[in-house]
Unconditional design. Structure first.
Length: 462
């Protein structure tokens, strides 16, 4: 495997400074995932939004982000990672400013999409910048561990900062916090981050991009609108059928294309495949969890956030020293134990038991994120770092979009039929128990000798 990219600018590298700058972008993206959730009740009242529209406030961002991540990763490999990174910061700042002055719910949904375009140019690009700045494998593993720890801490900060700003200044202020961080990161990137490109970047794949965006949009729209229209309605059935067809077309197209948007050979690596699966399941659970709690016991997210902040740096160090297995096993335990408790949730559940469940869930998410990041890029050739990182990020955002869509159906049905909300959430918690079991199995399988040898064989293909 090459130790660094041969196509770089002459700017001297300062790896730790580069890591800090990239983590600033991560702070923006990860915090934005959770900071909006706590403001949903206020947005609902102020902009007279429906539950479905609130779902789109979250999913307009995550869908655009998920759909464009792989394209942004490959574009950064071709046109320059620093350049794409700075453009992403500028677009994210513009979207945040527009969100803060949105006149109505439709405008807010549109501007969240602009945020998503900018965000798609940040996380995978930043992770590939880090991979190229740290050329020694051990140092790279430590840097990726720090990256994952910052991601977990940023997700945890969102509910805390969002709750404080919403209660004191108003929900619009949750978007203001992005502006000074973005501007600072743009300036520091120009000073410290050298330009880098892949030796041979892939060509654009517009048809593959259309297929994946159409698949994700159709599937999410069907799930969000199903409570209102019914699963048997022609529109919902048509959307689901269209989503399946588009996904099949995407796979066939990518398999035949010489330079695909998503190189399916990556999935021959067991650690890489488990990272994608973990991102999908873990962040689906997390996004659904936050959406449900935003309408019920939002204050109980405080112990969840604190535990995430404590667990994330621990997981980062574990990943750097012992690999991802310990973190994944602890994550699986936290997810499974927490959601098993919540499968018995009723309106009479004592607050102390909720706090225990939320702490355990925070442990699971804090532990899993660094492990996902490490598994996605570990052993992969640096020439494909942007694409590999973007697939892992895509799996997180797809999971988040679907998690909100599914959880929102529970809220909509409960409101429509005036049913007991706590009991209506039980099927969702059982689905999340399955996500915890996935993390436990992945923690073992992805770190076997067989799994590691599969990554070595994939690296030889590039």
């Amino acid at each position: 495997m090459p130790q660094n990219d041969p196509i770089k600018s002459a700017k001297p590298t300062h790896p730790n400074a580069i890591l800090a700058i990239c983590c600033m972008s991560l702070l923006l993206i990860a915090m934005d995932v959770t900071i909006v959730n706590v403001a949903l009740p206020d947005i609902e009242r102020d902009l007279h939004a429906t539950v479905a529209q609130l779902q789109w406030v979250i999913d307009a961002y995550t869908l655009v982000l998920a759909s464009l991540l792989m394209l942004s990763g490959s574009m950064s490999d071709r046109f320059g990672r620093r350049r794409v990174f700075q453009i992403g910061l500028a677009l994210f700042s513009l979207g945040s400013l527009l969100c803060s002055i949105a006149p109505n719910i439709h405008g807010l949904i549109l501007f969240r999409g602009i945020q998503g375009i900018g965000a798609s140019m940040l996380n995978p690009v930043a992770l590939s910048i880090i991979a190229n700045a740290f050329t020694v494998p051990k140092d790279r593993a430590r840097a990726v561990g720090v990256w994952g720890a910052v991601a977990g801490a940023s997700l945890a900060l969102g509910p805390l900062i969002g709750g404080a700003l919403t209660q004191t200044i108003g929900w619009r202020s949750i978007f203001w916090i992005n502006l000074p961080i973005s501007v600072t990161a743009i300036v520091l990137t120009a000073i410290f981050v050298p330009e880098s490109k892949a030796p041979r970047a892939r060509r654009p794949d517009p048809l593959g991009q259309i297929f994946i965006f159409g698949f994700l949009s159709s599937l999410t729209y069907a799930v969000i609108e199903s409570p209102l229209r019914g699963w048997n309605s022609p529109l919902i059935l048509g959307l689901l059928g269209g989503a399946i067809l588009l996904f099949i077309l995407f796979l066939v197209h990518e398999a035949r294309r010489r330079e695909p948007l998503l190189d399916l050979r990556f999935f021959r690596s067991v650690p890489f495949s488990t990272a994608a699966l973990l991102g999908l399941s873990a962040f689906g659970c997390f996004a659904g969890f936050l959406f449900l709690t935003a309408f019920t016991t939002g204050l109980c997210t405080l112990p969840l956030a604190v535990m995430m902040m404590l667990a994330s740096p621990v997981s980062g160090r574990l990943v750097g020293t012992s690999g991802p297995r310990p973190s994944l096993l602890l994550a699986g335990f936290g997810f499974t134990a927490s959601t098993l408790i919540l499968t018995q949730l009723t309106s009479a559940t004592p607050i102390w038991l909720l706090i225990v469940a939320y702490i355990l869930f925070g442990l699971g998410l804090g532990m899993v994120n660094p492990a996902i990041s490490n598994s996605a890029v570990s052993g992969m050739p640096l020439s494909q770092a942007g694409v590999a990182a973007s697939v892992a990020s895509t799996s997180r955002q797809v999971g988040a979009a679907l998690g909100v869509a599914v959880a929102g159906t529970v809220v909509s049905l409960s409101h429509a039929h005036h049913t007991d909300f706590a009991r209506a959430t039980h099927p969702i918690w059982w689905m999340m128990v399955g996500g915890g079991c996935v993390a436990l199995i992945a923690g073992y399988v992805s770190n076997t000798a067989w799994a590691k040898s599969s990554t070595e064989r994939v690296a030889e293909l590039f």
